[in-house]
Design a protein around this ligand. Structure first.
Ligand code: NAD
Length: 309
């Protein structure tokens, strides 16, 4: 098949692009490199630097493409609180531009990388896709708006669409932004350098950490699955882990004594979040294979930034 991946030089996009070319597919990537790094892409991937909102550029890149993965987005929750307009412009504007270009060219299927963040605080855990979203940041709102645009424009334009709500993905190559990077690479870096792990809130908040290979399995399955049109599907590990427990696991994997402090002045975010994977299993045949301990071990082994000195 022929694929276009927007944001394909990012953490998830690179892993997906490399898997698809290894499977023998043709893959193009568009990425503005605001966060991505094309050097980790397999040389068989055709890379194009550009903005996902550039519709004429998309017309060219979409020629002959069967399926698009839309991953291009700004991805930091705390940054989105500071810059909601940028998050709206890139994440929502980029999604609308992509759908319009996909209509113009006649693309068959669009798969959106949405987020478990759209759920926000929910009393019922694990969360399933029928629960009412409760977004609590501009980032989460931009992802939920993108879901509605993808499914609504898909129905109006006759494009098949699939929404994957990815929970907290982690693995080699995840972008370590300066401003509050994702918790796993942040803890890993501090632990190998002998620094202090800072936990926001009391650390009892839970998350669903899903290893990149499992996320890619779900993305790949979504390209060819039947009966998924307009479906919204959770992609997580189904394993609920508190941030305090994560800190202990990171220390164990790194094999060092690690100092941990709590910054209770800062919010730790929603109190619990773990994915119900029944729909992913039914529609995509998805079963996560990598436990958190195994994923942390692989991260340490495979990501050169986390070499223990
Ligand atoms: P990432 O930042 O590594 O990848 C996003 C990529 O999009 C980057 O390479 C960036 O340069 C590119 N990009 C940003 N703005 C662009 C624009 N205007 N035009 C073209 N490219 C642009 O993040 P990631 O973790 O790989 O996330 C990929 C997607 O998956 C995002 O849509 C994100 O919201 C979603 N997602 C990620 C997670 C996670 O835990 N990593 C969880 C849920 C959803």
């Amino acid at each position: 098949m022929h694929f276009l991946i927007t944001g394909g030089a990012g953490f998830i996009g690179t892993a997906l692009a490399n898997r698809l070319v290894q499977m023998g597919h043709h893959v193009r990537v568009i990425d503005d490199l605001s966060a991505g790094d094309p050097s980790r892409l397999d040389p068989r991937v055709v890379f194009s630097r550009g903005d996902v909102r550039d519709v004429p550029r998309l017309w060219n890149l979409l020629q002959g493409v069967d399926c698009v993965y839309h991953l291009a987005a700004k991805v930091s929750v705390p940054e989105s609180v500071l810059y909601p307009r940028e998050y709206n412009e890139v994440n929502v504007g980029g999604t609308v531009a992509l759908m319009v270009a996909a209509r113009d060219v006649g693309v068959k299927r669009v798969i959106l990388a949405s987020s478990g963040a759209v759920y926000g605080e929910q009393s019922q855990q694990p969360v399933n896709e029928d629960q009412r979203p409760n977004p609590q940041s501009p980032y989460a709102v931009s992802k939920l708006a993108s879901e509605y645009y993808v499914n609504t424009l898909g129905a109006l334009y006759g494009i098949e669409t699939v929404i994957l709500r990815i929970f907290n993905a982690y693995g080699p190559g995840q972008y370590l932004s300066f401003h509050r990077p994702p918790v796993i690479p942040q803890f890993m870096k501090k632990a190998v350098e002998g620094g202090t792990l800072v936990i926001y809130g009391d650390g009892n908040q839970t998350r669903d950490f899903v290893y990149i290979d499992d996320v890619v399995d779900a993305l790949v399955a979504a390209a060819t699955a039947n009966d998924v049109n307009r479906a919204i599907i959770n992609v997580g590990s189904g394993e609920e882990t508190s941030i305090n427990d994560l800190a202990k696991k990171v220390a164990k994997v790194v094999g060092k004594e690690v100092e941990v402090i709590h910054n209770r002045a800062e919010s730790g975010g929603v109190s619990r979040l773990v994915a119900d994977l029944s729909r992913a299993q039914k529609l995509l045949g998805y079963r996560p294979k990598v436990t958190l301990m195994e994923g942390l071990r692989r991260l340490l082994e495979l990501d050169p930034r986390f070499r223990v000195s």
